[in-house]
Write a new protein. Structure first.
Length: 588
């Protein structure tokens, strides 16, 4: 650890609490006057994120809760026999961060497999896939994820590239966005996909001139290949989840919303983990209404059945929950993504290839969306909406508004995620109906996804309303932050920098993207802390550092309020603490 730690026995002079030269005196107490703390921290800049936005330099913790937050003189009263005192001069403390949109199982799986995340060239991807295939001759199918769509013209990688390095086994690689795939000839052959295979209702196969699949798969078309994958085991999935939780701790997360849990082996794995009272990460699960991503609903006839199914799943979690996992959330994929023209938009796409719906794709009929949201809202669920296009955003807001009208008042915490295109007329509606804008702030700069795959296909008058973060803030909308990991990194300081600068966090010379939509550091800290806790229904017990709340906090290397905006992404997490227990420590 990078700070001084001392343990005090009974009768020690409390002046040891104070850093030399601070000018304060501890008095002549020989023992704690109040309850004895397990741990006292002095010297750090402590951002409480309480109602007054207090900044303190001392904190005392006992049995997983905060005893005291204030100045170091006041902290003296809590030092006694066995108290650990940490002198954290120059360090900064925040309430533990909450990721309100992530996928812990798939993130953990990627950490243990073929990861293409961040690989910057086609040549590197091919070399990495070949090395992995050569190192695993026993695998019947090579599976990986994370390839960057923008490395390929039109986001259309060719199967020929994979055939050249793995000609004898199927290869399936999920794209970084989770909505596009890439497969080799053996994979298409094993799945029985030919030029005569029709596209699924909500997806497509990229094709050569004669109709033969060329290698790329969109949305539901991925299901044809992913059906070839080995069936996951509960032990394997539980290992992925625990690996993912450890990674999130390393990034400063003490809590997260898992953004899609199917009614499958994944549900069973989470159910087993929910029995553990000492999980290192608090989790709210967002149930998908089916056994797979593709197994959703489009007609009114099945809505009641889906509502009953998710209620049954939630009740099972309530029966075993030991306190750090709950199943009170729902996830709805309202639409797709802009890069393959499946994000649902009000104004039609322009300059797009034939064969695409120019308004994108709504995954549910408006009637089914409204009916299902009203049904689960009545049962007390809060819904996380995947809503990229402005039509999807509007439809989600309409559904929430209808639920409120039909079901009457209650403590609702629905949140809409991604929000790439938003009609300005719909921005004030968020506050009117109490919906949260769940921002993936890392995406709010002009990367090649924006410049090459999005802007050329959006009418100019709509481009101004891409990721309108500050407009949400100015309208009084509550903001939360989600990473969508492993689609993108869950490093919160990268996201804070992008939100503030609207620039590439790796290129401070890049042109800010719609800079009038930039947020402040304070906006992001609140989104990451108290607002994230609010989304999870836990803001009364955590999310700020106040006496009586749970001791969920992080120690970081520098102060994002004070460093240059371009340096925020360099800040690192030194320690992550959940209920007074250190769950991550950065090695020296």
């Amino acid at each position: 650890m990078r700070y001084v730690t001392k343990t005090f026995g009974a009768g020690v002079a409390l002046a040891a609490l104070l850093v030399a030269g601070c000018g304060e005196k501890a008095g002549d107490n020989d023992a704690a006057k109040g309850p004895v703390a397990d741990r006292v921290i002095v010297g750090a800049t402590i951002y409480t994120v309480d109602g007054d936005n207090r900044v303190a330099d001392a904190m005392a913790v006992r049995e997983g809760k905060i005893l005291y937050v204030g100045d170091r003189a006041g902290a003296q009263a809590y030092v006694g026999d066995g108290t650990q005192v940490d002198v954290l001069d120059g360090k900064v403390i925040f309430p533990g961060f909450t990721d309100t949109h992530a996928h812990v199982a798939s993130g953990g799986e990627e950490l243990n497999g073929l990861s293409l995340t961040g690989v910057g060239s086609v040549e590197e991807i091919i070399a990495k896939v070949k090395a992995y295939a050569d190192a695993h001759p026993d695998l019947d199918i090579i599976v990986g994820r994370g390839w960057d769509l923008t490395l390929f013209p039109g986001a259309n990688p060719s199967k020929d590239l994979l055939d050249a390095i793995v000609p004898d086994r199927p290869v399936y690689l999920e794209g970084a966005d989770g909505h596009n795939g890439w497969a080799n000839s053996k994979a298409f052959e094993a799945a029985g996909i030919t030029k005569d295979t029709p596209d699924p209702a909500k997806g497509s196969f990229a094709r050569l001139a004669d109709g033969t699949p060329s290698g790329a798969l969109r949305e539901e078309a991925n299901g044809a290949i992913s059906a070839l994958l080995p069936a996951p085991t509960k032990d394997g999935v539980m290992g992925d989840i625990r690996r993912g939780m450890a990674f999130q701790n390393m990034q400063g997360m003490t809590a997260m919303v898992d953004a899609s849990v199917t009614d499958s082996i994944y549900n069973e794995a989470f159910l087993d983990l929910a029995k553990d009272p000492a999980l290192p990460l608090r989790m709210k699960l967002s149930f998908l209404p089916g056994k797979t991503w593709e197994d959703s609903f489009t007609t009114m006839e099945t809505v009641d059945e889906h509502v009953a199914a998710v209620v049954k799943r939630r009740d099972a979690f309530r029966a075993v929950n030991a306190g750090r996992v709950d199943g009170d959330g729902i996830k709805i994929f309202v639409d797709g993504v802009a890069e393959n023209f499946t994000a649902a938009v009000i104004e039609p796409y322009v300059n797009i290839p034939d064969g695409h719906d120019h308004h994108g794709v709504m995954n549910l009929t408006p009637e089914a969306l409204t009916a299902f949201v009203t049904g689960v809202d009545k049962e007390g669920f809060n819904v996380l909406f995947h809503s990229l296009g402005d039509q999807a955003v509007r439809s989600a807001l309409d559904a929430v508004e209808n639920a409120e009208k039909v079901n009457g008042p209650r403590d609702r915490r629905h949140h809409l995620s991604h929000l790439e295109f938003v009609d300005p007329a719909d921005i004030p509606r968020f506050k009117e109906i109490g919906a949260v804008a769940n921002l993936q702030a890392l995406w709010h700069f002009a990367d090649t996804y924006i410049t090459d795959l999005t802007l050329p296909h959006i009418k100019e008058d709509r481009q101004r309303w891409i990721y309108p973060a500050k407009s949400f803030k100015d309208a009084g909308v509550k903001l939360s932050w989600g990473s969508d990991w492993p689609v993108s990194t869950s490093d919160p300081f990268d996201s804070i920098e992008v939100a503030v600068t609207r620039q590439d966090p790796r290129d401070a010379t890049s042109t800010p993207f719609i800079p009038e939509e930039a947020l402040t550091v304070d906006d992001m800290i609140h989104a990451l802390t108290i607002n994230g806790a609010w989304i999870m229904g836990q803001d009364t017990v955590r999310g700020s550092l106040e006496e009586g709340k749970l001791a969920d906090y992080i120690v970081v290397t520098a102060d994002p309020y004070k460093v240059a905006p371009a340096d925020i992404s360099e800040i690192e997490v030194l320690e992550t603490v959940v209920e007074g227990v250190t769950v991550y420590t950065k090695s020296n």
